[in-house]
Write a protein that binds this ligand. Sequence first.
Ligand code: ATP
Ligand code: MG
Ligand code: MG
Ligand code: MG
Length: 339
Amino acid sequence: MKKRILLLAGGQSGEHEVSLMSARSVLAALPRDQFDVTPVVISKQGRWLPPTGTQRALESGEAPTGGDLVLHRVASAEGYDAVFPLLHGPMGEDGTIQGLLTLAGIPFVGSGVLGSAVSMDKVMTKQVLASAGVPQVEWRLALRREWRDQPAAVEARAAELGFPLFVKPANLGSSVGISKVSRAQYLAPALDLAFSLDRRVILEAMTSHKPREVEVGILGNDAPVASPVGELSFDAEFYDYETKYTEGRAEMHIPARLPREVAEQVRETALRAFRALDCAGLARVDFFYVEETGELYLNEVNTMPGFTTTSMYPKLFEAAGISYSELVTRLVTLALEER
Ligand code: ATP
Ligand code: MG
Ligand code: MG
Ligand code: MG
């Protein structure tokens, strides 16, 4: 019997377009002799589009309006064996959809409510991983209300970290809303931007030198495995949205050009983080490696990483001998597995 899969894409976050790109690749790759796949695109306003609207959105690459209230669709989703929530960012990668699917009793690809919610929030991730002994850069939390009512207190927190520093919405991805702040006078616009996207903002110390950026994929549920380590190189101040998604701006190196013991440490630390955060199915764990000093810091955990055929996560597993279509098949199998 073929498994009936509901593939969710789009969504309300700043990563709507990125999700649709990923979904096109997954849709093309799920083997049709094993799966009956129904894609449903969620508009930027959070409405679930019917098949015609979905088809149009997949072709045009966006879905600004239209669709039904979520709950109508979830009721009919009981006809599916599993859901692939290929959504990035808030209302998709953060436990909200996972909660809805859990309530509806439908198995789904990836982490559950807890792992998704904690991993999405950069502050919660840092707190949990600190207690697991994972090395991370210095950081401070600021709330929107504090920035509004006591800006000097927020500025003092930034000063403790020193410049340059990074300002990030705590719950986002694709570098949306992230600024590298080189001096105090640029702090306010960076905070305004981040707070326009999130109630919680994280201030992060920069590594002592410009770091090398290495990433590793994790696959599995309670017995996860790590992929080879990959590295990204690019000519930009940091790995911002444009550098991420403009063809030819960044280069992927698989395996990363790292001493063997560093690569091993990356893999081992990523597995420890995956377990500490109660992740499931998949995650891409991002690190900073400071070549000059040998320091290695975990940056973040992405529970639904970019998933086009040229994205880092599938490329990492391809290097381990798992093709893209085998990988998506494996993910659905993991969703259906008893834990
Ligand atoms: P993703 O698309 O991987 O989900 P994201 O939006 O969650 O990304 P981060 O990975 O936290 O954002 O940061 C984006 C980029 O900013 C990093 O890849 C790196 O280039 C730069 N960066 C972020 N924090 C730091 C830091 N503390 N020190 C140096 N560079 C940093
Ligand atoms: Mg991220
Ligand atoms: Mg992400
Ligand atoms: Mg990242």
